[in-house]
Design a protein around this ligand. Structure first.
Ligand code: SF4
Length: 295
């Protein structure tokens, strides 16, 4: 019997950085806000609230308080409005997200029709399209652009999408346009989490995916895992049911880039308990078999 975690599970560089920036800002000022959840994990948002970092979903609720821009970034017009109103901006946008915004701006300024692969309701994509001169086309899958014709196209992706879908989109676009400029903006942290999930799912007879039900990258891990094996997507250990582990011997765990370590540890400890305390409890994620620190 084994319970293992996918290498490269849990917080990515951009999320760790955003949380560090927010907590440092909270030491200086006890009433600051994040515009939208700091990360897509309700338990972490609750924890931040206790540190004096409050969640608001609309700029009308800011009341001039210092405002953290989360790792997904924000619409550039909103940023401009905050500047004009003299609100202190604590910018925790992930550098990889900022880079994608710069690509979108530059390509569109150079006359390329921008096509973004992503979810048009996701905050990162909403922010990203504000950097595009003119109208961006947003698609989730390649078939959405079939039968269309373009001149010059610049194609980029939401940082947390799946590389196979992006390759499909590029292949579909080649015969549809005169010139195609491809920039792979899928973040490395996303790709390696997807790859390690796939590898572990292939070797397991049950997978547990841990992370916010509103987290795009966690949902993508669950989708990948489900292609191979029965998979449960949970947010916290309380959702785990003992009956899931009946007649199972190889359990895999994976966690999205916005899943805090303490939640992963609780999940691991609950699973080994459900399986008859097959291993010792752990106190930190690094002690879970299979974990490998991201470089
Ligand atoms: S997944 Fe990548 S782009 Fe998104 S916050 Fe993490 S490091 Fe940044």
């Amino acid at each position: 019997m084994s319970v293992r975690i996918a290498k490269n599970s849990g917080f990515c560089f951009g999320v760790k950085r955003a949380i560090k920036i927010a907590l440092e800002a909270a030491k200086e000022n006890h009433d600051i806000v994040t515009l939208g959840p700091i990360i897509h994990n309700p338990q972490m948002v609750e924890k931040m609230e206790k540190e004096g970092i409050h969640l608001v979903n609309d700029i009308s609720q800011l009341n001039k308080r210092p405002t953290i821009i989360r790792s997904h970034g924000v619409d550039k017009n909103v940023l401009e409005k905050l500047r004009q109103e003299g609100i202190e901006i604590i910018n925790a946008t992930c550098p990889y997200v900022s880079k994608t915004q710069q690509y979108a701006q530059k390509l569109s300024e150079n006359g390329y029709q921008i096509i973004i692969m992503g979810d048009k309701t996701h905050p990162e994509v909403i922010a990203l399209k504000s950097y595009v001169e003119g109208e961006a086309i947003i698609v989730k899958k390649a078939y959405e652009i079939k039968n269309k014709k373009f001149k010059n196209v610049g194609v980029i992706s939401q940082t947390t999408r799946n590389i196979e879908d992006f390759q499909d989109l590029v292949k579909t676009l080649i015969p549809l346009c005169e010139e195609l400029h491809v920039i792979n903006t899928i973040c490395h942290a996303t790709s390696i989490r997807q790859k390690s999930t796939l590898e572990l799912a292939r070797e397991s007879d049950l997978m547990i995916v841990v992370g916010g039900k509103n987290s795009s990258n966690t949902k993508m891990l669950a989708k990948i895992s489900k292609k191979f094996i029965e998979t449960f997507h949970i947010e916290i250990s309380y959702e785990i049911e003992k009956k899931w582990f009946k007649n199972r011997s190889k359990i895999g765990i994976t966690a999205g880039a916005s899943t805090p370590d303490w939640i992963i540890v609780e999940v691991y400890n609950k699973i080994i308990k459900c399986m008859g305390n097959i291993n010792k409890k752990v106190d930190k994620v690094e002690d879970i078999p299979g974990f490998k620190e991201e470089m």
